[in-house]
Design a protein around this ligand. Sequence first.
Ligand code: SF4
Length: 335
Amino acid sequence: MKREITDLIDRVKADCLVGKPQKRDTIIALLDLEPGSQEYAYLCRAAREAAMVITGKEAYLWGAIGVDFAPCSMNCTFCSLGEAWGIVNHEVSYSEEEIIQQIRQYVSCGVRFIVLRTTEFYSVDTLCQFIKDIRAQVAGEYELVLNIGEFDVQTANKIYESGVSGIYHALRLGEGRDTAFDPAQRNDTLNSVHRSPLKLIHLLEPVGMEHTSEEIADVFLNSLQHGVVISGAMARIPVKGTPLGEKPQVSDQRLAQIVAVTRLCGGKSVPDICVHPPSKEAVMAGANVVVVERGAVPRDGSVAEELWNGFDCQKAKDLLTECGYEVVQKRDQER
Ligand code: SF4
């Protein structure tokens, strides 16, 4: 094993535990290690050790509900919902009663972060009304998160007032190249979240073989500048019929490596690290949040009536506890 690499990883881990940020070159050097190498294994071990300290061995479930299975005119080249790909051949939009029923199930099985995910132009006012009703009707320890389109700071404040604690939003890898969005527009929404009381959740996604370490590092640094509190990595799942559907998925090791880098270089200001799809490799490399999801899934050509890929709450809990975590449910402390 190369001494200069292990020294670098040791230094980054020590910085992580005292909250010191890393430079772009350092992040790229860690992302450039060969997945599966001894240095990679050392990186993952360091990230796991840091995770155990920073999280206090607490892990959380993320439960997503894809609210609307509908063609989306933004046509992101990796998303099954893109109108131009012709994959969505019927529309489904969950009613408030259906959403509340699904949320009750998530709460009863231990999910902390419940995420309502929509296509780009779904009505924010409708969602805010749902949120108020959910808060009134579903008691328990959980937080509500939205993953929606673009919005300004006034809307961010309105979303927060309705009972939402966080927003999932990302400058995606390949934004503006693999999507029709202007990256500046995505950053405007990240700024809106940053200037509001909402927490920002921003994974590095959708990671594919096509993304360089430089591009991944730049998107990560951009998310840190916007105050991300939950980071991590999500793989691009090749969906047949989408323009990127023939390009293979990244390996579990590459995804775990990116997870390890977000853990070590996010430090204390990013206490929670998520991986999707889940793997033991990534949880042993610093991830403490895993995702269960249902409904409209941009990684799938049909509505997931049951939990996507058969990964349910029990499997999620088993994975996290097997890796030394205690799965905890929490209410947003600031509310
Ligand atoms: S990723 Fe989002 S914005 Fe892009 S096509 Fe899919 S639903 Fe629309």
